[in-house]
Design a protein around this ligand. Structure first.
Ligand code: GRF
Length: 262
């Protein structure tokens, strides 16, 4: 049941919820809840408002970006990609954005004399595009504390292993899968997590396991893991779109209907 601040437009009659305020008041209060995501955690009821405005930051091929685009097109994700940002002007991600008619931007530290200038420009773009959630999808740069602080609990990352294993600085791309195979673990997987100031460290939103087969190479394993990434990332973003995410310290709670299963 929603908790409303200020005037409560709803009352209960038996186990039914009835409306006691005018539609205008109800709409205003819903709007207030929908935009209420400042502070430690952000969460409000229902997916009644506009699609979630997201930015996707990607350095490489952009297959996760494509999975997000496809989920939106199929109506499985109520979001709008307001901007795709890449530090790599030749990235597949920017190519895909162009092809889909999505606003794409090449933004790299190399274009600025100091890292602070890059941060200022990045934040300016995110603000101008009215971005509510930032999705890192194979973005190879660590975001600065200033950017993380400005979008606290509103930046997601996807990692191709079950964190906290096989993560951290230098653990990206095929290196992750190579390390998984060399260690001999039987299970790896995918993690979608909130971004904090450290590599692959923030609270975990969703995880899904993938079996490691005896004859797997980094290549074959990465292909199976990538397919799971493409399912899991849109799902995690949809949880944000539905305002069902509650962050309590390191723990992410998923509110509302359905189970935390994927
Ligand atoms: C994915 O494996 C993702 O988990 C990692 O970088 C890779 C990006 O792949 N963070 P793509 O560019 O989305 O194809």
């Amino acid at each position: 049941m929603a908790e409303f601040r200020g005037i409560n437009p709803l009352a209960t009659k038996g186990d039914k919820v009835v409306r006691v305020a005018s539609p205008v008041v109800v709409s205003l209060i819903f709007l207030e809840k929908i935009f209420d995501f400042a502070g430690e955690s952000w969460y409000s009821e229902g997916a009644m408002g506009e699609p979630l405005k997201i930015a996707v930051l990607a350095s490489g091929e952009g297959t996760n970006l494509q999975a997000i685009i496809d989920a939106i097109k199929k109506g499985r994700l109520r979001a709008e990609i307001r901007v795709v940002i890449s530090n790599n002007s030749g990235s597949g991600a920017l190519r895909r954005a162009r092809r889909e008619g999505i606003y794409g931007l090449h933004l790299s530290h190399k274009q600025f004399t100091a890292p602070e200038e890059f941060d200022a420009r990045l934040l300016q773009v995110l603000e101008e595009r009215e971005v509510e959630l930032v999705c890192l999808a194979g973005y190879m740069k660590l975001l600065s504390p200033r950017v993380v602080g400005a979008y606290r609990n509103r930046i997601l990352n996807i990692h191709p292993a079950l964190l906290p294993s096989f993560g951290g600085k230098g653990m990206y791309g095929q290196r992750v899968h190579q390390a998984v195979i060399e260690y001999g673990v039987k299970v790896t997987g995918v993690t979608v997590h909130l971004v904090d100031e450290k590599y692959d460290h923030g609270p975990i939103v969703l995880q899904k396991a993938v079996e490691v087969l005896e004859d797997d190479t980094a290549e074959t394993l990465s292909q199976r893991v990538l397919r799971v990434e493409h399912e899991l990332y849109p799902k995690a973003i949809e949880l944000f779109a539905e305002r069902r995410i509650k962050v309590e310290g390191r723990k992410v709670r998923i509110e509302g209907r359905g189970l935390n299963r994927n």
